[in-house]
Every structure is written in C-alpha cells, then in structure tokens.
Write a protein that binds this ligand. Structure first.
Ligand code: ZN
Length: 433
C-alpha cells in the first residue's frame, strides 16, 4: 500500500517514500489520501534565483523565513545566489558555511550558486566539487563591495573554466559604463539603467560564451529586446538560457513612481511597451525560466531616500500567482507551459535529476493550485521576514496555492506551514547529460 495518494479529477498520484510510484485513474487506497479534485497539480516550483542572505544577513531574510514563503508560493527547491550572504559563496569554505546554515534553517530543498569575481577563478573547481549549480557574475556593480563585478578578462577566464567543469555561468547583464547616470530621483534612476545597457551586456556575454564554448544563463532579462538578442545568439549556436522575473511581467515604471523604493530593482522596471514585448517573447516560447529574484532588505533600507534605498524586490511567494493571473487568465499561457517555466526547465537546464516533472520515479514535489480562486494579497498571507516590504501587497490574483508537498510530505496547507522537518541539499547530476 502506498504512503499517500493524491486524488485528482482524471488521474491520481501514488507516493511511496517520497517518490511517485504510480499515476493513473482510480488508484488503490493508501495510508493517507489528499483530495485534489478541482485543483491543478503543478510540479513543485524550482526557484533558480533568489537571495536569502544567510549566513551573515539573516536579518534581511534568512532561509527559515524565506523557504517558508517559497513553500507558500508552491516552491519545493531554491538555488541561493552567492550574495548577499556573508561570506559570499566564492570559495569552498564559504560554500561549506552556507550549506550548513541552510541545512539548519530551510524547510525546502536547496542548491547553491557559486560566485565568479576577479581573482577567484582558481576556486571554481573546488566549488564545482562541492556541488554548485553554476557560477554567478555581475557585469556591473553588484551593490556589495565584497562581490566586485567581473571585468571582461575575468568573465572570459571564468567562462572557460566553467566550460571545463561543465557548469553554466549566470550573468547579471547590465553594462557598467552605461549605468553611470544621475540616480537622485525615481525618474533619474530609471533613466540611468536604460534598456541599451542590458542589450550591450547580453551581446558581450553571449560573444564571450561562444568563444569559451560555455553554457550561459542570463538572469532577470527585463526587456523583450533583451530576450530577442539572447534568442538570436542561441539560434546561432550559443548555449544560452534566458530567465525573467515576475516583477517585469507585472509592474511597470509607473509603479516605481507609485510604490517608491519597494519597487526599486536592477535592471529597473520598464515601461508598458517594453513589458508587452517581454510578454510577447515569453508567449512565443523564447523565455526558458521565470524566477523570483527575491532580494529583500530590512525596512530601513527600503524607505526614505530613493537614491540611497537598497535595490531588490521581495516577491518569492508571488511567482505562480503572477503567471496564473497575468499569463494564464489574461494571455492564455497554458498551465503546462507555466509548469515548464517554473519547474521543468529549471531542472533540465541545471541538471537536477529526480525533480521538475510529475512522473513515475520522480520525487513527489507538488503544488496543488486552485487556478480560479481569486485572492487579494494581504500582509498576513506573507511568510517572508519583512512582510510590508512587498510590492504585490493589495494586488488581486486569480490563482492560489492550496497545498505544497515536498518529497511526499505536506509542508504548506491552508495558509500554514505544516512541517518541522528540513530540506536537503541538492546538487546537479553532471554524469547524466
Ligand atoms: Zn538577484
């Protein structure tokens, strides 16, 4: 007898020891049963881009609160960026400290990005041994002095080393030189990070990746033109994957004027024309992955003077609601494609075996979603550390996560976290290409 059977409208899913053992209509009874009729079952979300800032800056978020918020949004696995923890994940010792800290505090499974900064190329092999999913580099200032941007030589050397290690390099694609304008007001800030800064950096990164024969992942592409440029490079043979974030699909630059520092991020939110183009490319299939880039900070760093405020949007819980409301209901984006953008492609691109699909033999990571349930987001729904630091508050979404199951165990249901057990460390399976 199975441990658990999830009863759906047309098919049931049977689970034993955390894995899916059968899928089909009218499966036999199990020790426990969950009624998912009327709900859509997605594979658990894999958020490939977020910042829980642990260890060292847990007062900004931390994996204890962050992973609970992820679970409330249907997530079962995250990839933590190498910053803004202290130390940044740029060598094996820092990796070990972060892995130990997340093993203590995360309720979802987790994987780690390594960093690529000037001087640490010799550390990359050891980071790969430890199990990083890839290496993150900034082409402009990161905002943290301890994580300097990769100059072109560092990026090229890092791409070559990553190619040897069979791992991707992820780039924050904005030109340093083209993002130096006045930032003293909201309008000036938006103008100081123009679309061309993104385009120039994408072009340079794809050129260097081609030269190095490396896999490239472009994080948080904010414009349709950026997606088109990267897709063009892919058509010419560059191994590049394209990520965007829910905030670029939901907010525009007018919202930055309205919301202030809570909606400040880099690249910045764009105008409605750029946003429409981004949706067009996403609907056409050119975007591979949508990730939250959840990057919170304490309230004091997100209020007051806009110019001084920390850049980063805290929205880890809202990725699926944004894609359901603005994508599925408003633009006919299929539920299957949403599952691919949020789970299937992340697992495939970063070679996370056993996750990303609902199939026999896979780990039972599931998000049970009422696609039609309309909810206005209120502070009490949010499980992130600083609940008022969230630009989506007050927005209404059609689409609500009812239950999240991580390896067969319900970790979130009816608005509450229901587990005391922790997540496990996950590494890419480099043997299984
Ligand atoms: Zn980020």
């Amino acid at each position: 007898m199975a441990d658990l059977v999830v009863r759906g409208d047309t098919e049931d899913i049977a689970i034993e020891e955390g894995k899916i053992v059968a899928i089909g209509p009218d499966l036999p009874g199990a020790v426990a049963e969950i009624d998912a009729r009327g709900l859509h079952v997605f594979p658990g979300l894999i958020d490939v881009h977020l910042h829980f800032n642990e260890p060292g800056r847990t007062e900004w978020e931390g994996a204890a609160t962050g992973s609970r918020a992820l679970a409330a949004g249907g997530g079962t696995l995250f990839f933590d960026m190498p910053l803004n923890s202290t130390p940044c994940t740029v060598n094996a010792e820092a990796f070990d400290r972060k892995r130990a800290a997340l093993a203590e505090s995360s309720i979802t499974d987790f994987a780690l990005w390594g960093g690529l900064i000037p001087g640490n190329v010799p550390e990359m092999a050891e980071l790969a041994d430890r199990g990083v999913v890839g290496f993150k580099a900034f082409l402009c200032d990161s905002g943290l002095p301890e994580f300097p941007r990769a100059d072109d030589q560092t990026l090229l050397d890092g791409l070559r080393e990553a190619a040897r290690l069979e791992l991707p390099v992820a780039v924050h694609a904005e030109s340093q030189e083209l993002t130096q304008g006045d930032r003293s007001s909201v309008k000036a800030f938006l103008a100081s990070r123009p679309a061309i800064a993104e385009l120039e950096a994408i072009q340079r990164a794809t050129l260097l990746a081609r030269e190095a024969g490396a896999k490239l992942h472009i994080v948080h592409v904010s414009t349709g033109r950026g997606v088109a440029l990267a897709a063009e490079a892919r058509a010419q043979g560059v191994d590049v994957s394209i990520e965007t974030c829910p905030h670029y699909l939901f907010f525009t630059e007018d919202d930055v004027e309205r919301l202030g520092a809570i909606a400040k991020c880099a690249p910045p939110l764009r105008n409605a024309v750029e946003q429409d183009a981004l949706w067009t490319h996403l609907l056409a299939g050119s975007v591979d992955i949508v990730a939250s880039d959840h990057s919170p900070a304490p309230p004091g760093m997100k209020s007051g003077d806009f110019a001084q405020a920390w850049g980063g949007i805290a929205g880890v819980q809202s990725t699926l609601p944004v894609l359901l409301d603005r994508g599925h209901h408003c633009r006919k984006l299929s539920l299957e494609r949403i599952g691919a953008l949020l789970s299937g492609e992340p697992a495939r691109r970063f070679r996370i075996s056993g996750k990303g699909r609902i199939a026999v033999g896979m780990e039972a990571d599931l998000a049970l979603v009422d696609v039609f349930r309309s909810v206005q987001l209120r502070p009490e729904h949010l499980l992130q550390r600083h609940r008022l630091n969230n630009p989506y508050l007050g927005s209404t979404f059609r689409g609500c996560v009812m239950r999240t199951i991580r390896r067969g165990e319900t970790i979130f249901a009816s608005g509450e976290i229901t587990t005391r057990s922790g997540g496990k460390f996950v590494r890419p399976n480099l043997c299984n290409i």
